[in-house]
Design a protein around this ligand. Structure first.
Ligand code: DQA
Length: 147
């Protein structure tokens, strides 16, 4: 099983970016935890981060037939991007939308997700641990353990 982890804009700044909201862990920490979790379940995981919407769209577009599923933290594009939503839908890959913070406790504009309706699940508010939980949930979904 091959999985792809995508992180959107400003997530390369994790560690120093608004630590009261996002914690002190780095993107490398999150990617390592996700990869270790995938391996624990017998899967492999590739990681990609971009601040550029089109690069994320292109990566998802190229994922079909290569990967079995996606974990994606679309960051701010969650709340704006029809293009990312369409890319996930077109890929026909199971995707888990992940957020470090609980966006429902934050500004109203973060309460809407353009991407969640084309994902199998949305997970938020667990900080770094979310990267492990999202991978575990995606593997279970792909294996048909989740009904
Ligand atoms: C985020 C939440 C988004 O609203 C925000 O724009 C981010 C990070 C999260 O992981 O909590 O950049 O996706």
């Amino acid at each position: 099983m091959k999985l792809l982890l995508l992180n959107g804009p400003n997530l390369r700044l994790l560690g120093t970016r608004e630590p009261d909201i996002y914690g002190r862990f780095t993107l490398a920490d999150a990617e390592r935890l996700a990869r270790e979790t995938a391996e624990r379940f017998g899967a492999t995981l590739d990681c990609f981060q971009s601040d550029v919407e089109g690069e994320l769209v292109a990566k998802i577009g190229a994922a079909r037939g290569v990967y079995d599923g996606l974990v994606i933290n679309p960051a701010a594009y969650t709340h704006t991007s029809v293009a990312l939503r369409d890319a996930i839908a077109a890929s026909e890959l199971p995707a888990v939308e992940l957020h470090i913070s609980n966006t429902h406790k934050r500004e109203a504009f973060r309460h809407v997700s353009y991407t969640a309706p084309v994902c199998v699940a949305q997970l938020m508010g667990f900080g770094l641990m979310g990267y492990a939980l999202a991978v575990e949930g995606l593997v279970a979904h792909i294996r048909g353990v989740v009904r």
